[in-house]
Design a protein around this ligand. Structure first.
Ligand code: 5GP
Length: 193
């Protein structure tokens, strides 16, 4: 694999990283394309196969693991597997674009470790765990049990923040979006020199 840059956004669920990543994808100057992960979880209402995720069965997922098809993979929640297929990065680099990832902290750090020079790793920090709970409840995409599972994981994830290249505190979304834009633009421009 050779080519463009890898931009990793990781954060606890509900931190706003997906909103930030979607905003960055709209900035043509950044020349980004989204790394579509494979997952064994069920699609949520409105999600599209081949756009949000590649929705595959647990059996298919395990076969990909066996075949070493993943750049990284993780059982993010029990029986919910998520992973980045190597072909996904090849597909985007072949188009001459930079790859942007919306993945969990373990996967994000793994990519940084594999490609230390090509990767910018960014952690999106929510104002507090309480605020995270409020946001997840508002989103209404998960059951109470799943929200609690995500909150329990968030505290562990927050502890990994110092291992990332940058931390963006998502207190005010507009500020966080601008900060992310400048950060990624500087990184891409700097590495083009
Ligand atoms: P959700 O179910 O809310 O879409 O995602 C749950 C978590 O899995 C999020 O933190 C999301 O960023 C993460 N995730 C999505 N794709 C991947 C992936 O390919 N690898 C890893 N390690 N995590 C992922």
């Amino acid at each position: 694999m050779t080519g463009g840059k890898l931009i990793v956004f990781s954060a606890p669920s509900g931190s706003g990283k997906t909103t930030i990543v979607q905003h960055l994808l709209k900035q043509e100057i950044l020349n980004l394309d989204f790394s579509i992960s494979a997952t064994s979880r069920e699609p949520r209402k409105g999600e599209i196969h081949g756009k949000d995720y590649y929705y595959i069965s647990l059996k298919q997922f395990k076969q990909h693991i066996k075949n070493s098809d993943f750049l990284e993979w993780e059982e993010v929640y029990r029986d919910n597997f998520y992973g980045t297929l190597k072909t996904e990065v090849d597909r985007i680099w072949a188009k001459g674009k930079n790859v942007i990832f919306d993945i969990d902290v373990v996967g994000g750090l793994r990519i940084k470790k594999k490609y230390p020079v090509e990767t910018l790793s960014v952690f999106v920090k929510p104002p507090s765990v309480d605020e995270l709970k409020i946001r997840l409840k508002k989103r209404k995409t998960e059951s109470e049990e799943k929200i609690n599972m995500r909150i329990a994981k968030a505290s562990v994830e927050l502890a990994t923040a110092p291992q990332f290249d940058f931390i963006i505190e998502n207190i005010d979304l507009e500020v966080a979006l601008k900060e992310a834009e400048v950060l990624v633009e500087n990184y891409i421009n700097k590495s083009d020199e």
